[in-house]
Ligand binder design. Structure first.
Ligand code: AMP
Ligand code: ZN
Length: 485
């Protein structure tokens, strides 16, 4: 099989069917991907990053193969409730800011972090608040089909009616009775426990509200993804992704909404990244079992820091469907491996091909290239890909390069650069530059804080607030004490 043919047979594990399936794009040469983006009410933690880094890898890979990729990743800026309260509204009360200030602050932080992880921005990044009218349209369609009902200004999806023609629970393999037990929540205006909100009536103090045919309110969380994915990718698109924790209820509800409104499962392949765990439990903002990336990447107030590219490497060293345990040893091992790989890349890229070379017998380069593609094509098996890269690293360190002919060296160079930089998205960082940079950055941040303290004493609030805001945007929060002059 030639390299070109090897590249084409991608197998993707489809969470909906529980099987690996051959990837066949809906439109030849094009791929549409939708990934559920963040709810912008906090700085990203490492668990969130795992999901976004994996889909950045997938995005990069399809682009590398020459597909025209439309990658849509939304921003949830309304409607994601926790114990009945909108997460963004709740945070706006805690921080004393307007909800849209919270959205702006954490969207900037999200972009900043993904940028330093070398993640390519998506092709479209739609927001829930920017698509209220479109969401209302789909809700009306569901009401028309008798799959949703209005009660006291809120609208709910009607699972009982939906089940007359479709089965509910196929995404999460949850039997309906089990769902009933799980859902010991408040029935309220709903006809049955499994029904979920499409539109919520806004209480008097709920300032994020919009006019709708049912009065002032705001959309539910699930409807935004159905709306934005189908609006930008069509009623049926190729890949839908997100973390495994979104399988139920979020993706189950999305599936029901799309089947209800359009009669279609919207995505041919549903992909879910497994959870990053910490101290034996899922890393999660709401349970408090998390740390922020600033604690890993910023030199401020931290003993040992890691460049984002090393964290990216740590994440991609394990397969996305396995649980990834964050440990000190794990990240330190990743750091060692990363530097070994980078040394090999330097050696390879600076190797002069004018040197006398003889035929290499220890590596069949063509077969090695095919094996690398085979690994990625086997449901994005990044650890296997990385183990193939280390095979070359090992050979390079044993001066094997001197025994290769120029054609093989050029091929190795070309494909190692593809795999390491274009597809895995790693970046070269010099160890001593990194350490020097960390020290300099720490001094710089301390100076900024000192300047700000002096400006506060002079009551120069504009400048001091500006410095605090800028530091907050990169994940450094300052807590002020009252100034006693
Ligand atoms: P959220 O902002 O909470 O909606 O999360 C954004 C994305 O991060 C979603 O796709 C989640 O599934 C994913 N995510 C959240 N926690 C973790 C975790 N511990 N490991 C992997 N992915 C996660
Ligand atoms: Zn979503």
């Amino acid at each position: 099989m030639s390299i070109e043919i090897e590249k084409k047979s991608i197998q993707i594990y489809n969470s909906l069917t529980g099987r690996k399936e051959l990837f066949q794009p809906i439109h030849k040469g094009y791929v549409g991907i939708y990934v559920c983006g963040p709810t912008v009410y906090h700085h990203l933690h490492l668990g969130n990053c795992r999901t976004f880094i994996l889909f950045d890898f997938v995005f990069r890979y399809f682009k590398h193969l020459g597909y025209k990729v439309r990658y849509v990743r939304n921003i949830t800026d309304v409607g994601h409730l926790n114990n009945g309260e909108d997460k963004i509204l709740n945070k706006s009360r805690i921080e004393g800011l307007e909800p849209m200030e919270i959205v702006q602050k954490y969207t900037i932080s999200f972009h900043y972090l993904l940028n330093i992880f070398n993640a390519i921005p998506p092709s479209i990044e739609p927001t829930a608040t920017g698509h209220i009218i479109d969401q209302i349209d789909i809700i009306q369609e569901l009401i028309k089909k008798d799959l949703a009902y209005e009660k006291n200004g809120s609208v709910y999806f009607d699972i009982k009616n939906y089940r007359k023609n479709h089965s509910y629970g196929i995404m999460s393999q949850n039997k309906i009775d089990k769902l009933l037990v799980q859902k010991q929540n408040f029935l309220g205006d709903k006809r049955s426990f499994q029904d979920f909100s499409l539109w919520k009536k806004a209480k008097k103090n709920h300032i994020m509200n919009w006019n709708s045919p049912w009065g002032k309110g705001f959309p539910g969380w699930h409807i935004e993804c159905t709306t934005m994915s189908t609006k930008y990718l069509g009623e049926i698109f190729d890949i839908h992704g997100g973390g495994l924790d979104l399988k139920f209820p979020h993706h189950e509800c999305e599936l029901a909404q799309a089947i209800g409104a359009y009669n279609n499962n919207p995505a041919h392949y549903w992909m879910h990244t497994n959870m990053l765990i910490f101290n034996g439990k899922k890393m999660s903002k709401s349970t408090g079992n998390y740390f922020l990336l600033k604690d890993l990447i910023s030199p401020y107030g931290c003993k040992k820091t890691f460049h984002p590219t090393i964290i990216r490497f740590f994440i991609l060293k394990s397969h996305y469907r396995s649980i990834l345990n964050f440990s000190n040893k794990g990240i330190m091992d990743a750091e060692k491996g990363y530097y070994r790989l980078m040394n090999a890349m330097k050696l390879l890229n600076h190797f002069s091909i004018e040197k006398k070379t003889i035929k290499n017998n220890s590596l069949n380069v063509i077969q090695w290239i095919k094996n690398c593609y085979k690994a990625i094509n086997d449901d994005f098996n990044t650890p296997l890909l990385i183990s193939h890269l280390f095979k070359v690293t090992h050979l390079l360190n044993s001066s094997f390069i001197h025994e290769m002919d120029t054609k093989d060296i050029n091929l190795l160079k070309k494909y190692m650069n593809y795999f390491v930089f274009d597809i895995l998205g790693l970046q070269i960082v010099e160890r001593n530059i990194l350490e020097n940079d960390s020290k300099k950055l720490k001094i710089l941040i301390e100076r900024l804080i000192k300047i700000r303290t002096e400006e506060r004493k002079k009551k120069n609030w504009i400048l001091s607030d500006k410095i605090r805001e800028e530091l907050s945007n990169i994940g450094i929060s300052l807590h002020d004490e009252k100034i006693i002059l």
